[in-house]
Design a protein around this ligand. Structure first.
Ligand code: PHE
Length: 382
């Protein structure tokens, strides 16, 4: 430690005496070392390196010294402050490291622990997908129409121009419903087939109900569950979901049907996807067609290219969607709509089938069994 410097004379400044500065520095260094956490260190910093700390005050005194004394005092104070700020910085880093290590230990989460939070329920992908289809049409001004799942035979068949001897009416396809004591129940004579009540085999009866209910123009989209006496297997299910569309207005043509179909598949499957129609027969539409869409994966490129097979369309280039056509005038007449003035188009398809190729679902049973391991990857949309 150096002796008092005579050259301070005539201004003997207490705050700048070497021993005072050394003491201030030692105290500061001791306080820094003693600071146990970052909060304490912040206080130490304010007290020993802040504007009102002894060393800062000493620094301010230097200006009042005679020129020849300034350098010496400046050096001493500067070194002391440098040492303190260096120590502060080091301690800060140490404490931060300690804190980070502690946080890692204290806040560690054992992700293998079983959790007790109940998973929130979510809608089934069949529902969310049907709604996506509905949205495409709601955006164009269509209304959503629904009807009962247990349906009068007249709505399900007769009004749709499906005569009593049409094959679709036999027990093979249709679940007939009868109440207790009604024909076919136990000893009651007759069969359930005479009940006149069925589980609807398609959503087309909703068309009839809509036409009876509303005056044209009618633009509706009818989603719903339908029933057929199929065994549950990888490609069939006795309960499935259909979406059917009906438009009745003045001057509607097949071109409107085609444009609507193309718009729908573009919205659902992306640009460049379009449809084609193949002649077919449905009693309730005339003319009728089967509709296909171009494969949204390979866009037809896999056809005749064995090096580039497409799993989605089995390299066919086209995917079968469902049925469609111009509403048979007899159906319009049955619903009290003048076929001379109005025409309409309709189409219908199965949501399960659409989901199968859209999401590569290989087994239809996965969609109806309600196993959350199947539904979870579709997300938790509610
Ligand atoms: N209702 C028909 C079916 O189940 C589909 C369809 C709807 C066909 C509308 C043409 C027009 O299978």
């Amino acid at each position: 430690m150096s002796a008092p410097n005579k050259s301070y004379d005539p201004v003997e400044v207490e705050a700048l005496k070497p021993e005072v500065i050394d003491r201030a520095k030692d105290e500061a260094l001791a306080a820094v070392a003693a600071a146990g956490d970052l909060e304490a260190l912040r206080e130490v910093k304010a007290a020993h390196a802040g504007d009102r700390s002894p060393l800062a005050l000493a620094n301010r005194e230097i200006g009042a010294l005679p020129p020849h004394a300034k350098a010496d005092a400046g050096k001493r104070v500067g070194q002391a402050r440098g040492a303190v700020s260096q120590a502060l910085k080091q301690r800060q880093e140490e404490l931060e490291r300690e804190r980070d290590e502690r946080v890692l230990v204290e806040e560690a989460v054992d992700v293998t622990l079983p959790y007790d939070r109940l998973p929130a329920g979510a809608r089934h992908p069949l529902t969310t997908f049907s709604e996506r289809v509905e949205d495409v049409f709601v955006a164009m001004g269509y209304a959503v129409a629904e009807g009962p799942e247990t349906e009068a035979e007249w709505f399900n068949f007769d009004a749709l121009n499906i005569g009593p001897d049409h094959p679709a009416r036999t027990m093979q396809d249709t679940f007939f419903v009868r109440g207790p004591g009604e024909p076919g129940d136990g000893d009651a004579p007759g069969s359930a087939e005479d009940s006149g009540v069925v589980l609807r085999t398609h959503t087309s009866p909703v068309q009839i109900r809509t036409l009876l209910d509303r005056e044209p123009p009618v633009y509706v989209i009818c989603p719903g569950r339908v029933f057929r006496t199929d065994e549950l297997d990888a490609t069939h299910t006795p309960v499935f979901t259909q979406v059917e569309l009906l438009a009745v207005d003045e001057g509607l043509t097949m071109a409107d049907l085609k444009g609507t179909l193309d718009h729908m598949v573009r919205e659902l499957f992306g640009e460049g996807v379009h449809t084609r129609l193949r002649p077919n027969y449905f009693p309730f539409t005339e003319p009728s067609a089967e509709m296909d869409m171009v494969c949204y994966r390979c866009h037809g490129a896999s056809v005749g290219d064995p090096d580039n097979p497409c799993r989605t369309c089995s390299s066919e280039g086209w995917i079968e969607l469902g049925g469609c056509g111009m509403v048979n005038p007899r159906v319009l007449t049955a619903c009290g709509v003048d076929p001379e003035r109005y025409s309409g188009f309709a189409f219908g398809f199965g949501i399960e089938r659409m989901m199968m190729f859209r999401h590569n679902v290989e087994d239809m049973r996965d969609m109806v069994e309600g196993d959350v391991r199947f539904t979870r990857p579709f997300g938790m949309e509610i």
